[in-house]
Design a protein around this ligand. Structure first.
Ligand SMILES: [Zn+2]
Length: 481
């Protein structure tokens, strides 16, 4: 319907530009003025022959007429007002639908549309609760599970972009990432005043990607950030409609960046060689492509099932055992809350992620077999720290797939009965009786627990701070490259 609406408006716009009345144009192209009026109002679709005749009489092309955008600012306002008045939220107000005649000045229309936008923004704000965010996060995780964590369209796009920039083998260099940006008309600028609520900022007007100064020279983080910014352009992302849309965009952007840093063909070839030697190890994938352990584990997840036929689970678990990020398509029983969300839930103490924290030597991966009610899994975990926080990255597979992995000879085997509370959540009755009421503890606040701060257009981002940053850098003549 929107397209017919635009088509009608474009015809009317071209007709008034040509100084013709409905009757005049109708007579020349052999359509009754009443029919032409229905077409201009978006109520009737013209036949192709009629469309050709109208276009040639008005001196425009058919493709100009069928372009799905409003022909003028006035039309854009009218279309937006119509759309706003047809929403459930507006209908609930019981107010009349108005169709402002052409005699209504543009600023009246601008004010009306502005009020509708604000109404919509406030409605969005009201539903952007942490609970809704958790639900959206869960929907996104299940959506990716259905696709085996694999997005072929983005793989192809990344493969093409990387090869167009002249990269064919090995780790993607900063220089190649810079070339890829250049091909999009963008320049990567490192600054020390990125808004606190942002990781990186894309300035579309001046063609710049602002990223923070490198804290670790040569770290993969900056390449990844710049690639994620480029992804938003390459994937045609606009302002997110809601939290779910925001999450989808963010996941697609990270996917694109990962697919550039570890291109499908090269990474798959690497993994197939390792599989044939029964020596798949995330640490090797990490080192071969110069990325973090987490990036390598997440990338392995994209390729494991789709390219090697291996189902798996990937977890990022914080030092206290809480899940920061989780994916599975191998049936591992992830802990979930009432909404189905897994972020912030504590994993079983018997799982590799938590057992690994107890090790004193952590320079290599830790391997173990974990028996669960859903079967036995082989798991490899690498631990690390960021600032004061510990984390563990685990990649696990069902028992029968362990034969492809380094560490499969591990003799460590634990038994997890979670979600059965008696497994590791409920203390031994005797011990509980001894300590009940005889201790007090001050709990640590879960800062990593997923909770969005819906402030601006992008959840958690402060628009005021963001725009002040862009203003401050607008005049940069020779930004540091
Ligand atoms: Zn347990």
């Amino acid at each position: 319907m929107a397209d017919l609406n635009y088509l009608g408006r474009r015809i009317r716009h071209a007709r008034t530009q040509a100084g013709l009345t409905l009757a005049q144009l109708g007579a020349e192209v052999g359509i009754a003025p009443s029919q032409l009026s229905l077409i201009e109002n978006g109520h009737r679709e013209p036949r192709l022959t009629a469309l050709n005749a109208i276009a040639s009489r008005l001196g425009v092309t058919v493709s100009e007429l069928i372009e799905p955008t409003p022909p003028s600012r006035r039309d854009a306002l009218e279309v937006e007002l119509e759309a706003a008045q047809s929403t459930q939220a507006y209908r609930e107000l019981g107010l009349p639908e108005v169709r402002p005649p052409r005699t209504v000045p543009d600023d009246v229309l601008t004010a009306l549309v502005g009020l509708h936008r604000e109404l919509e923004r406030r409605n969005r704000l009201a539903i952007a609760t942490p609970e809704e965010a958790r639900r959206a996060n869960t929907r996104q995780r299940l959506h990716m599970q259905q696709r085996d964590d694999y997005l072929p369209e983005i793989e192809e796009l990344a493969e093409k972009d990387v090869s167009d920039a002249g990269h064919d083998t090995g780790a993607l260099t900063h220089r190649t990432v810079g070339l890829m940006a250049e091909r999009l008309g963008l320049e990567i600028v490192h600054v020390d005043d990125i808004p606190h609520s942002a990781r990186c900022v894309l300035d579309l007007e001046n063609g710049r990607i602002y990223t923070p100064l490198a804290s670790i020279p040569g770290g993969h983080g900056l390449r990844s950030l710049a690639l994620q910014a480029m992804a938003h352009l390459r994937l045609g992302h606009g302002e997110p409609k809601d939290y779910g849309d925001f999450l989808r965009q963010r996941q697609e952007a990270s996917y694109y960046a990962a697919a550039c840093l570890l291109p499908r063909a090269a990474a798959t070839a690497f993994l197939i060689r390792a599989r044939d030697e029964h020596d798949i190890a995330i640490e090797d994938l990490r080192d071969a492509f110069g990325v973090t352990h987490e990036a390598a584990a997440l990338r392995f997840s994209n390729l494991a099932t789709s390219q090697l036929g291996i189902p798996l689970h990937v977890l990022r678990v914080a030092g206290d055992g809480a899940i920061v990020k989780a994916y599975e398509n191998d049936g591992l029983p992830l802990p979930v809350d009432a909404t189905g969300a897994t972020e912030g839930q504590t994993v079983c103490r018997e799982w590799s992620a938590r057992q690994a924290f107890a090790r004193r030597f952590r320079t290599t991966e830790y391997y173990q077999y974990t028996d669960t009610p859903a079967g036995t899994f082989f798991e490899a975990t690498q631990t690390g720290t960021t600032g004061a926080d510990e984390f563990a990255i685990t990649v696990g597979v069902p028992y029968k797939e362990s034969r492809w992995f380094r560490g499969r000879e591990s003799t460590i085997r634990t038994v997890s009965r979670c979600p059965d509370l008696s497994c590791c959540r409920r203390p031994d009755a005797e011990v509980a009786a001894r300590w009940g009421g005889r201790a007090w503890v001050s709990p640590r606040v879960h800062t990593h627990t997923f909770s969005p701060l819906p402030q601006g257009t992008y959840p958690g981002v402060d628009d005021g701070e963001l725009y002040a940053f862009l203003e401050a850098h607008r005049g940069d003549a020779h930004p540091e490259g």
